[in-house]
Write a protein that binds this ligand. Sequence first.
Ligand code: SF4
Length: 178
Amino acid sequence: MAKVKIASEWLTGCAGCHMSLLDLDERLVRLAEAIEITSSPITDLKHTHDVVVGILEGCVANSANVDVAKQMRQNCQILVALGDCACLGGVPTMRNPLSCEEVLRRAYVETESTVDGAIPDDDELACLLSQVRPVHEVVKVDVSLPGCPPSADAIYFALSELLAGRIPVIAGDNLRYD
Ligand code: SF4
């Protein structure tokens, strides 16, 4: 039987949600019999075409995040927002009351940094969005899995349901906030 292709990417967050994914431990081995990971932040694989389940961790905070979210939406049949940053914006929205200029000034000028008090202006760098946004405000999301980070149990349940062809409904007592 062909394996179900799964891609995961992170946007702006702390990577804690992907660490929770790794907490599946031996259940990852069980899942590996049914899935093929075609893209992941912790591997060099970056094939996001013809993916059945796409997982996005983190909020949309800059132009590069917008591009990744749109690419994942285009290439994945089912898009999952993993964690509070992806579902609601989460901790990074704390910068929303400030302008981009103020955020950059505080980060690079007022805080000790490795760039000598200069705000980087390389054209290759992604541009900050004026507001941090949850993924669903940028592209359509099919499944929201909140939590900070979501528990390994909740992630396993969601993936198992998706592999069985069902859209998972996460019970409230399965939500975790550490
Ligand atoms: Fe990190 Fe929590 Fe955001 Fe996940 S939801 S990326 S654990 S801050």
